[in-house]
Design a protein around this ligand. Structure first.
Ligand code: THU
Length: 133
């Protein structure tokens, strides 16, 4: 397990706090995400489910779309927290969306028991990309 610096710990904690707003009445799976933006600010997101299940938005994409729509395009790290004892890395759709804006970003994913620190390139080798070759 790689150690987290103080900023990364703060980011993971923000992701954990964001699980409090998860709207997950169908899965009961509470997820939070936190993005570190270039200006130092943190933008958070949670999963938002729907009775029409496929309309569900994951926490990571909620955070990224919130940040982008606020004009924040550069990110230096993303943390994801799942309120579970099991380890859950970001889903494939979220990996692709993270890659779109941050092809070198560190990704920290944690749960009640610990965390893993990796990179989006490790999670999504050979990513589909039109703009970055
Ligand atoms: N979920 C996320 O928020 N992020 C992921 O990377 C994987 C899955 C959410 C979507 C849904 O609300 C619940 O977890 C179960 O799939």
């Amino acid at each position: 397990m790689q150690n987290l610096d103080i900023k990364e710990q703060e980011l993971l904690e923000a992701a954990k706090v964001a699980t409090n707003n998860a709207y997950a009445p169908y899965s009961g799976f509470r997820v939070g995400a936190a993005l570190r933006c270039a200006d130092g600010s943190i933008v958070t997101g949670c999963n938002v489910e729907n009775a029409s299940y496929s309309l569900t938005l994951c926490a990571e994409r909620t955070a990224i779309f919130k940040a982008i729509s606020d004009g924040k395009l550069d990110f230096s790290a993303i943390a994801v927290y799942v309120d579970s004892d099991e380890v859950f890395p970001p889903c494939g759709a979220c990996r692709q969306v993270i890659y779109e804006f941050s092809p070198n970003i560190p990704v920290i994913y944690g749960n009640r028991k610990g965390y893993t620190k990796t990179t989006i390139q490790e999670l999504l080798p050979g990513a589909f990309s039109l703009s970055k070759g």
